[in-house]
Design a binder for this molecule. Structure first.
Ligand code: GAR
Length: 202
């Protein structure tokens, strides 16, 4: 049976597209994207999913209390019998209710080397801080912001001539690469979590 992936996004959807491409090319074998959910009406990522013939659902979050909203999303994910969830530019913190519904089955991609620069505009934070290396992180999701055990990271050097745009572009390329790789590790189940550490097993 194919593993069923649910993707949650709020915007552009390039990470979703990279995952969808890996699934289509069977670089992520025995998996399918069962549903793409957005909390924002008109998110370009939803159009991308539709043009790939993938089921989508827009559930507007505006004005709703966090758990009330999350209950609706969890119901849709369960309706589509989702095994694993990938947050792909989903700009909302998950409630404890949501996290408990899918223990160690939610992944996120973040454009920094966590625990540095969580939250918004991480690439700008990295440039302003003056770090020489930036990057991205795929991690399991808990109820804290950009926290949870780390599956994979990739490093990108920061050059003197880098701008927020050029750094973001370099990081995004690595995001697209490691998200598929991390998803494979998790779907294969060849890992154990010890404290904060995700240890590969065979
Ligand atoms: C990506 O850079 C992703 O890492 C970031 O939002 C962007 C979404 O781009 N996510 C976060 O900052 C989560 N804290 P995309 O819609 O093209 O995938």
């Amino acid at each position: 049976m194919k593993k069923r992936i649910g993707v949650l996004l709020s915007g552009r959807g390039s990470n979703f597209e990279a995952l969808a491409e890996s699934v289509a090319a069977e670089r992520i074998p025995n998996a399918e994207i069962a549903i793409v959910v957005s909390n924002r009406d008109g998110a370009p990522g939803i159009q991308r999913a539709e043009s790939r013939g993938i089921r989508t659902r827009v559930i507007p979050s505006k004005g709703l209390e966090r758990e009330t909203y999350d209950r609706q999303v969890v119901a849709v994910l369960n309706e589509h019998k989702v095994d694993l969830i990938c947050l792909a530019g989903y700009m909302r913190l998950l409630s404890p209710f949501f996290v408990a519904a899918f223990p160690n089955r939610i992944l996120n991609i973040h454009p920094s080397l966590l625990p540095s620069f969580p939250g918004l505009e991480s690439q700008r934070q990295a440039l302003e801080y003056g770090v020489r290396f930036a990057g991205c992180t795929v991690h399991f999701v808990d109820e804290n912001l950009d926290a949870g055990p780390i599956v994979l990271q990739a490093v990108v050097p920061v050059l003197d001539e880098d701008t927020e745009a050029s750094l973001s572009e370099k990081i995004l390329k690595e995001e697209h690469r490691i998200y598929s790789q991390a998803l494979n590790i998790v779907l294969e189940g060849k890992f154990k979590i010890e404290g904060r550490r995700v240890i590969r097993t065979n």
